[in-house]
Design a binder for this molecule. Structure first.
Ligand SMILES: [Zn+2]
Length: 464
C-alpha cells in the first residue's frame, strides 16, 4: 500500500487560529425553560403543542407539555408562543475546507476555513457536519480535539472519515486534485493493503470509512469487489461503518450485497429494478440522497435565504455562469434531459424509501466551487418532500436517524440528556417543509448562536 495519509496535511492545517477566540460559550448553570412552542422531538413522535423544553448546562433536562414538565424554581423563562422548535440537523456528507468563496482548492484547507464552513452549517441550524473522504486524517483528529476542548467559537460539530480508493481513482477530477494535495485518501489496490489501512484507521479510533466504487464512465480505475469486500469485513470487525459512493444501479447492487452500511448517491440514470428493491428490503442500508447541491440553483432563483451568507460578488458570479443546470431556469439553460431525469429521480427516491432504505441527510456541499454550506441541507430535505417523503419523516432523517447512524447518542432529538442543539422556527415545517428556512434562532449546547455577527462577517468577505 502506498500510504498517503500523513504529515503533509498537518502543515497545511496548522495555520494559527486567532489566539483571542473565545472559548465555546455554554449556558450558565441556571436552568432555562423554553415554553409555549410546538416541539418537534425528532424521533417521529407527534409534535407537542404548547410545550416546555428545560435546558441546563448545555443539555436538555426535561421536555413535554407545559404543565406536565417540572421546572426548577429559579429557572429563566423564554416565551416561544407561535414558534416551532425542532432539533438541529446533522449532515453526514459534506466536503469541508476547500471552498474559499473566491477560489476553491486544497490551498484553502486550513483549520480556520474548516471552522468557517462549520459556522455556516451552524448558521443554518446544522449541529454536526461530517466531512467524507476529503479531510486529512491527523489534522482532522486534532481539529476535533480542539473543538471539543472549547478552543473555537460556536460552530457545527466536526466529524470526518477517511476515504479509500484505487491509486488514481476515487473523487472526481475536481476534488481529486484537492484530496491528492492533502493526502486525504488512502490508496489501496489489494485486499491485504485494504485491511491494513482499515486497521490503521481503527487504531486511531475512527468510526467510519468511505469507499468509491465508480469508474467514471470508464475513465477511472474502479475498486474491485475483492478489495471492497476486505474493507467491509475488516471495518465491521472493528465496529466501523462503510459508506460507499456508487452512482449506477449495478454498482449500488454490488455494494449493498457486499454489506456496506451507507449508500451515497441516488441512481439517476435508470429506474431501480425488482432485484435491487428486494436487496434493500433485506439489507436496509442507510442512504444519503445527495441530490441537493441546490444552493446554486436557488441563488439563480434569487432566494435570499441562500444569498444572505454570501458576498454579493459571489452571488453575481454564480448567477453569471451559463453551465446548463437541471433545476435553474434563471441561471443558464436547463439541461435537455431535465424532465426525464426528474421523473427517474422521483421514481427512485420514493422506491428507495418504501423499500426500507434508511434515509439520512447528506448534501455533498463543498465538493465543487460555489456550493454553499448549510442552505443545501434545507434544499435537500425540501427535495425529499417534493418526491413524496412526509415532512415528519424528512425531519427524522435530518436529525435522530443520522445521530443513530453515527453513534452520536447525545444528539439528534429533543430528549433529556441530549445536547441542547435546536432550531427555533417562525413557522411549522410539518405544514410546509420550506418553513425549516424561517429560522428565528439556532441554539448549540444551550447557547444562542450570534447569527447576525456571522452574517456581518461573511458579507464583508472576511473569515475571522
Ligand atoms: Zn461526496
Amino acid at each position: 500500500m502506498r500510504r498517503l495519509n500523513g504529515l503533509a496535511g498537518v502543515a497545511v492545517v496548522a495555520v494559527a487560529l486567532s489566539s483571542t477566540v473565545s472559548s465555546q460559550s455554554r449556558s450558565a448553570a441556571r436552568a432555562v425553560v423554553y415554553e409555549n412552542a410546538r416541539l418537534i422531538v425528532g424521533d417521529g413522535s407527534a409534535a407537542i403543542e404548547a410545550g416546555a423544553l428545560v435546558v441546563q448546562d448545555g443539555r436538555i433536562t426535561a421536555v413535554g407539555r407545559k404543565g406536565d414538565v417540572s421546572v426548577p424554581a429559579n429557572a429563566a423563562h423564554v416565551d416561544l408562543s407561535g414558534r416551532t422548535v425542532m432539533p438541529a440537523m446533522i449532515d453526514v456528507h459534506v466536503h469541508i475546507g476547500y471552498e474559499g468563496y473566491t477560489r476553491w482548492g486544497a490551498d484553502n484547507y486550513t483549520a480556520q476555513n474548516v471552522l468557517d464552513h462549520l459556522q455556516r452549517e451552524a448558521f443554518y441550524g446544522v449541529a454536526a457536519t461530517q466531512s467524507v473522504g476529503s479531510s486529512p486524517t491527523d489534522p482532522s483528529i486534532q481539529f476535533q480535539r480542539d473543538q471539543e476542548a472549547g478552543k473555537f467559537p460556536p460552530a457545527s460539530r466536526f466529524l470526518f472519515m477517511p476515504g479509500m480508493a484505487p491509486p488514481g481513482g476515487g473523487p472526481d477530477a475536481v476534488l481529486l486534485k484537492g484530496t491528492t494535495a492533502l493526502h486525504a485518501v488512502y490508496e489501496v489496490s489489494t485486499p491485504e493493503a485494504a485491511r491494513a489501512a482499515v486497521q490503521e484507521m481503527a487504531a486511531k479510533n475512527l468510526k467510519s470509512v468511505k469507499i468509491w466504487v465508480d469508474d467514471r464512465r470508464g475513465t477511472y480505475p474502479k475498486m474491485t469487489p475483492e478489495v471492497y469486500a476486505a474493507i467491509i469485513d475488516e471495518a465491521h470487525r472493528h465496529q466501523m461503518k462503510v459508506h460507499a459512493h456508487a452512482t449506477t444501479l449495478p454498482d449500488q447492487k454490488a455494494v449493498v450485497r457486499a454489506g456496506v452500511d451507507v449508500l451515497v448517491h441516488t441512481v439517476q440514470g435508470e429506474k431501480l429494478d425488482d432485484e435491487f428493491l428486494a436487496l434493500l428490503r433485506e439489507k436496509k442500508p442507510y442512504w444519503t440522497t445527495v441530490i441537493g447541491l441546490g444552493d446554486r440553483t436557488e441563488i439563480c432563483d434569487h432566494d435570499p435565504f441562500v444569498d444572505q451568507t454570501l458576498p454579493a460578488s459571489v452571488v453575481q458570479a454564480i448567477r453569471a455562469t451559463t453551465e446548463p443546470r437541471p433545476l435553474a431556469p434563471n441561471c443558464g439553460p436547463r439541461s435537455p434531459n431535465f424532465a426525464a431525469r426528474e421523473e427517474t429521480l422521483a421514481n427512485n427516491v420514493s422506491k428507495m424509501v418504501s423499500n426500507g432504505a434508511r434515509l439520512v441527510l447528506g448534501t455533498d456541499a463543498g465538493i465543487h466551487p460555489g456550493y454553499t454550506f448549510g442552505s443545501a441541507d434545507h434544499h435537500e430535505i425540501a427535495r425529499w418532500v417534493q418526491f413524496g417523503v412526509s415532512p415528519m419523516e424528512a425531519i427524522v432523517a435530518a436529525t435522530s436517524r443520522p445521530a443513530d447512524l453515527m453513534g452520536l447518542n447525545d444528539m439528534g432529538s429533543l430528549a433529556p440528556g441530549k445536547r441542547a442543539d435546536f432550531i427555533v422556527l417562525n413557522a411549522n415545517p410539518l405544514d410546509d417543509i420550506r418553513n425549516s428556512r424561517r429560522i428565528a434562532n439556532v441554539y448549540l449546547r444551550g447557547a444562542k448562536l450570534d447569527r447576525e455577527a456571522l452574517v456581518a462577517k461573511w458579507k464583508k468577505g472576511s473569515k475571522t
